[in-house]
Design a binder for this molecule. Structure first.
Ligand SMILES: Nc1ncnc2c1ncn2[C@@H]1O[C@H](COP(=O)(O)OP(=O)(O)OP(=O)(O)O)[C@@H](O)[C@H]1O
Length: 259
């Protein structure tokens, strides 16, 4: 049977004074689109960073396509994984063109110059996010949404089977959110596994089939996406209606206060 894209067992991460993640068990089979939800500080980014081998694992396991991220980092098929970190001015002040930022996604550990095909692949990735025409412009002049699309192209240039995005909708305008939702829907249709950290499902409500909600570093809910809190921009009602054919007794808990 195919290895799941992601598997954690009893994953614990300690940062600073104490534990941040307490024994997370999570399996994401290939092809799923999963949202990671939870209030600020619940541990979403830390979980993603543990999967990416960025923060140390105190105990338990985290596997990407069956390879233990902590024990055998070099055996992890990183070329199959695209990662879009939380956008914290990651392009601000860097005098790079969109093409250069995207091509940097192909840099391997020991190879400083991307291979020959890099340019074509980078242009193709920029086309996927609708920025081909702007490939040679400095990313400094781009809007927040356009910068986010460049960072997504940087992940896509690897042609990943698994794409992990940390808050891709944060701080960008509605048109960019919709454009992003379209890009992710296409990837999903092509079979790409998606793990997306979100504060609310918003524009991605129609795409997400499973929600994992964290609270204080533990999994509070793992199943159908819960309804959004009243007053949120874009409640996930449409998506939830699609689940009306679930067997009696299969209820979606109200977790709206959690994120
Ligand atoms: N390097 C660190 N050192 C100490 N504590 C940390 C570190 N990184 C994160 N934390 C703490 O771990 C907890 C979880 O943080 P994390 O960024 O994973 O939460 P989050 O759910 O992604 O939140 P947000 O939605 O605000 O991004 C927070 O209390 C945070 O202060």
């Amino acid at each position: 049977m195919a290895q799941p894209a992601i598997r954690t067992q009893g994953l614990r991460v300690d940062l600073g004074a104490g534990p941040i993640l307490h024994g997370i068990d999570l399996t994401v089979p290939g092809g799923e689109a999963v949202a990671l939800l939870g209030a600020n500080g619940s541990g979403k980014s830390t979980l993603v960073k543990a999967l990416m081998g960025i923060v140390p694992i105190a105990s338990g396991r985290a596997e990407i396509y069956g390879a233990d991220v902590a024990a055998s980092r070099r055996l992890v098929p990183w070329s199959r994984v695209g990662y879009v970190p939380q956008r914290v001015g990651s392009t601000a002040g860097v005098p790079a063109t969109a093409l250069e930022v995207v091509a940097s996604g192909l840099l391997a550990n020991r190879r400083l110059r991307p291979g020959r095909a890099a340019r074509q692949r980078s242009l193709a990735a920029l086309e996927q996010v609708g920025l081909l025409e702007r490939a040679r412009e400095s990313v400094q002049v781009f809007s927040g949404g356009q910068q986010q699309r460049v960072l997504i192209a940087r992940a896509l240039v690897r042609r990943p089977d698994l794409l992990i995005l940390d808050e891709p909708l944060a701080g960008i305008d509605k048109a960019s959110k919709e454009a992003l939702a379209g890009i992710l829907a296409t990837l999903r249709a092509q079979g790409t596994t998606l793990l997306v950290v979100l504060h609310e499902l918003g524009e991605l409500a129609g795409l997400i089939e499973r929600a994992v909600v964290l609270r204080h570093g533990s999994v509070l809910h793992d199943g159908p996406p819960p309804p959004a809190a009243p007053g949120h921009d874009h409640p996930g009602h449409d998506h939830l209606h699609a689940h009306e054919d679930r067997p009696p007794g299969h209820t979606v808990p109200d977790l709206s206060s959690e994120w």
